[in-house]
Design a protein around this ligand. Sequence first.
Ligand SMILES: [Zn+2]
Length: 683
Amino acid sequence: MSLHIFPTVKDLLLGGDYNPDQWLHRTDILDQDIDVMQSLGVNAVSLGIFAWSTLEPEEGRFEFDWLDERIDKLGKAGVHVFLATPTAARPMWLACKYPEVCLTLKDNSREYPKNRHNFCWTSLVYREKTARIIDQIAHRYANCETVIGWHINNEYGGYTDWARCYCDRCIASFQSWLKQRYNNDLEELNQAWWTHFWSHTYQNWDQIRPGDHSIEALGLNWYRYNADIMCNFLKHEIASIRTHCSKPVTTNMHGHLQLADYVKLAPELDFLSYDSYPRTYGKPDEELHNLYQESLFLNAIRSLKKDRPWYLIESCPSVPQYFHPQRLKRPGTHEMHSLRAIAHGSDSVMYFQFRAGRGSIEKHHGAILIQDGPTDTRVTREVRSLRQRLSNLNKILGSTCKTKVAIIFDTESIWGLENNHGGPTADQYNEIILKHYRALLELGLDVDVIDQTADFTDYQFITAPVAYMLQPNFVERIKSFVKHGGHFTTTYWSGITNDDLLCSPGGRLGDLRDLLGISSEEVDCLREDERVKLEDSGDWLGDHSESLSGQQYCELIHLNAAEQLAIYASEFYAGRPSLTRNQLGQGAAYYQAIGLPRDLLRNWYRSLLQRAGLVEFITNMPHGVMMTQRHKQNKTYLFVINMLGSTTQCDLPRDNWTSFADNSPAQSTCLRPYDVQIFVKSQ
Ligand SMILES: [Zn+2]
């Protein structure tokens, strides 16, 4: 597969979800849709995502005439189609005739037919009926040139309790899954889950039911099982397409990356896509914080398939209906958000949705067109203007992102900490990761976001804040990374448990003790207002003109083979190490035992990156500016993004950059409010 993925696509994609099934009673609207798409430069839509009841109004009776006509008109207008499997919302007749397809809730009650994303993952009836509708669609449109790819389902896991089903069949399927994981050995499971505590020892597999929060590994493995059954359902949908068609498939990933195991889903997909809705209604600092968070998610998606672009398949040209307040995007921010996705490796800007409906739950979700209202609006003018900007960027089509720096942000760790008692919470883990990620971005670096199972060979520097739960073989692999010249750093609350939340053998840090050259006893969790003084034995934390202090967490560690770089200078553990380094082979492993405020964290990373030989960072990055790079053949494209509403001056990394717009040499640039500028260099 070429990096372009879609051989017939020659431009960056602009478009969105198109749901004409809401407007079939209005042919004037359907005609207007095509006219407006052409006038705005829309060249891609995701079609039919929730159209099952229109495609199959009663069991076994299919109506495709309307879809034939839509696809024909879209094709003639030059609009590419991602055709959907309409399986995320089932028809009323299906749920009423076969109640077993409905989700069973935690309290054992079965949901009545309603809502979406709420089917039973193991229902054979649901599998049969979804296979049949997909088969009909795939057979009919397999060779249609307008259809360039398949949009599977919608936002897997996007429902109450992540769409987990508690019916007897799903519970039995979970028990079978556990038998496989624990080699059909119940005592192995009892040991791994430490069930002898509180007399929870299982005598047979049928006794294992989700819901007992006192058995932490039970909850964690219930999450894992559900992620696996979700992946199994995705494969079922793809298999129904593959009977007829080999065109690329995707499913739209979404949210905070913990509603599914995207590491497992990604290999099943030909291209990745993501729905991006950064919250834009807070105060300026909150909004900036949210944009860094969204950047973390976008880079996590791109890092799952690094050899190809991903696709922004949903976003909002104005305001989603669930934002409170529905504060309008300020002039320039829609374009900045959209180009930011391109900067992070997307080859598209697409929205939910092309035209909002007149009724139901998403009628006030900002769309390109609002119901049957006017078509010349502030939003449509901004979309048209964005198309002009995108048309000038077609050279970057198919380019990818490469960086030597990665942060480990582990979905399994989030699940582990959600089921864990004591220690950091999942929310704290998310915030700590974001703080570290942001510190790296504030040095002008582009950062991949990977998990503990990723391939480390492309990187020179890896940071794994709060690596609380160690995946099998992770330490062995990271040790090899360091021995071969890599630089690795981690923090307090690392190596506490294995992947079943069982405390590490031999005490805290587990196998990390050898890699880091330290051992650990306990962690002091400070009050919010408390600070602990630090003494830096070198220049590790930058300017020493003011006294240094850390916050939040202080881990009490001992040196083994490592050297201390800083010590605690107050509290009852004054004099003990707080920052350490262990040289191993050609690389080094660092430990940050203390929580650092943002400026010191940035200085700490600057020191480590300099020692790792990574000098491509900016010494004075302006507040609110972010940089990313895309690569294609011998060209590198540098995106400089001003996320704030004020003008600022920014240095570029030292290199021979020229302006993408006019080819003039550039060493620094003046960024207008919400400006995105692009520079290029040849290798
Ligand atoms: Zn079920």
